[in-house]
Ligand binder design. Structure first.
Ligand code: UDP
Length: 419
């Protein structure tokens, strides 16, 4: 029992985020959960793409220098950004944590929880002799995909093609895992360094947390548990574990909820391609006419700056606006989780980012899949071929979308609810 006058040690968790919305958002949910259990939280982030600290006054946000500007890496070179952050941020993180300990002698840092991509944080945790916990914000199968390509110069190298065809593998993966990995684009050589380092460092973590559920990825998880010694905890979907606002600097347009309130149950197609994807004028116009011709009401997120060569939706012709009238609602950024929970929403036309995937299946909303890059291909395979809760749109074939079969979109295809 605490004696009078005795100082109470505050338990603090340091969380290190990878500075992209789809990675920060699940970490904020995890932070919210830990905060609710009595931990103080410090979110450490690079200067690049910093989150909005005002949205979570209960946490301390600290920026560390990342020297990204000096490195000349472009904003879209995710591999380059990840490698540069890992090269440049270890010393600043260590410095930052040591300052925290000096300034707050009553505090005890109980661990460093970091995005798997920010694996430099493990060496800082090791130095401070505290547990380092790696958080995979994408599907567990992506950990497996990273780990199957050791160095092309080292012993036991397996090329992507050999891996997929099963040649040279004594213990070939099961069909569905192979199928999933085959859906990842062939990784360019320049990401080999990242994959090797990421796999090596993830194996050093005290534990791995994945924003997934066992029943969604049983096979991939079993393989990872064979190959990785740290304990794996599947505590997803994080947005349901600890619902909270994001730390995005994009302002949510909540007026779309009043618009949804006026629509028939399960009739609306919600369209969003996430926080990163960009499109050109032709994609924008084709998407627009697909929606117009569907004759369904739709809510469409077009992020400012996401259409190349324009500020927002200037390329949309007047005839489109005249045709759809009140049936269509285009917003810059939506409160997506609330939208997907809304009874008026019947389908989600999505790029299949992992957060969007989990948010959609949590509400039993079937997906129309338009994967664009990276793990979105894998997620789309899961959705369409394994869980069978969505359809992949072939280029120019929007006419085959489920709304062709009737107004109640959620009857097509199968529904899967995880929450
Ligand atoms: N999102 C949102 N409003 C929007 C569009 C997206 O809040 O108008 C959120 C969405 O709920 C999800 C995240 O942005 O949590 C997108 O993450 P995802 O992994 O799906 O894709 P990424 O942005 O990483 O490509």
């Amino acid at each position: 029992m605490e004696k009078q006058g005795e100082r109470v040690q505050q338990q603090r968790v340091v969380m290190v985020v990878y500075p992209f919305h789809g990675h920060i958002s699940p970490m904020i949910h995890l932070a919210t959960f830990l905060h609710s259990k009595g931990f103080s939280i410090t979110i450490v982030h690079p200067q690049f793409n910093s989150p909005d600290p005002s949205s979570h006054p209960e946490f301390t946000f600290l920026a560390i220098p990342d020297k990204l500007l000096e490195s000349g890496v472009s904003n879209w070179n995710f591999t380059g950004i990840a490698l540069t952050l890992n090269r440049n941020c270890a010393a600043p993180l260590q410095n930052c944590v040591e300052q925290m300990l000096l300034q707050n002698p009553d505090e005890n840092i109980v661990g460093i929880i970091y995005d798997t991509v920010m694996f430099f944080a493990q060496s800082v945790a090791d130095h401070l002799k505290v547990p380092g916990i790696s958080v995979r914000t994408s599907a567990a199968a992506t950990i497996l995909a990273f780990s199957v390509f050791p160095s092309p110069h080292g012993e036991g190298y397996i090329s992507f093609q050999d891996y997929i065809s099963g040649d040279g593998i004594q213990d070939p993966q099961s069909f569905s895992i192979k199928q999933l990995l085959a859906s990842l684009p062939e990784n360019p050589t320049n990401s080999t360094e990242l994959r090797i380092a990421l796999t090596r460092e993830t194996k050093k973590a005290s534990a791995i947390i994945v924003n997934t559920m066992d029943f969604l990825e049983r096979e991939a998880l079993a393989k990872i548990r064979e190959q990785f010694s740290p304990s794996i905890f599947t505590i997803g979907p994080l947005h349901k574990l600890a619902p909270t606002g994001s730390a995005s600097r994009l302002k949510e347009d909540s007026s779309c909820i009043s618009w949804l309130n006026k629509q028939a149950p399960k009739s609306v197609v919600y369209v969003s391609f996430g926080s990163l994807a960009a499109m050109d004028e032709e994609d924008l116009v084709n998407t627009a006419w697909g929606l117009a011709n569907s004759d369904q009401p739709f809510l469409w997120v077009v992020r400012p700056g996401s259409v190349r060569g324009s500020e927002w939706i200037e390329y949309l012709p007047k005839t489109f606006h005249e045709r759809v009238g009140e049936r269509g609602n285009i917003v810059r950024w939506a409160p997506q989780k609330k939208v997907l929970e809304h009874s008026a929403v019947g389908a989600f036309w999505s790029h299949c980012g992992w957060n969007s995937t989990l948010e959609s299946i949590s509400e039993g909303v079937p997906l129309l899949c338009k994967p664009l890059f990276g793990d979105q291909m894998l997620n789309s395979r899961y959705i369409c071929n394994i869980w069978k809760v969505g359809l992949e749109l072939e280029k120019g074939k929007i006419a085959e979308a489920p709304w062709q079969h009737g107004r109640d979109l959620r009857q097509h295809p199968k529904r899967l609810t995880v929450a």
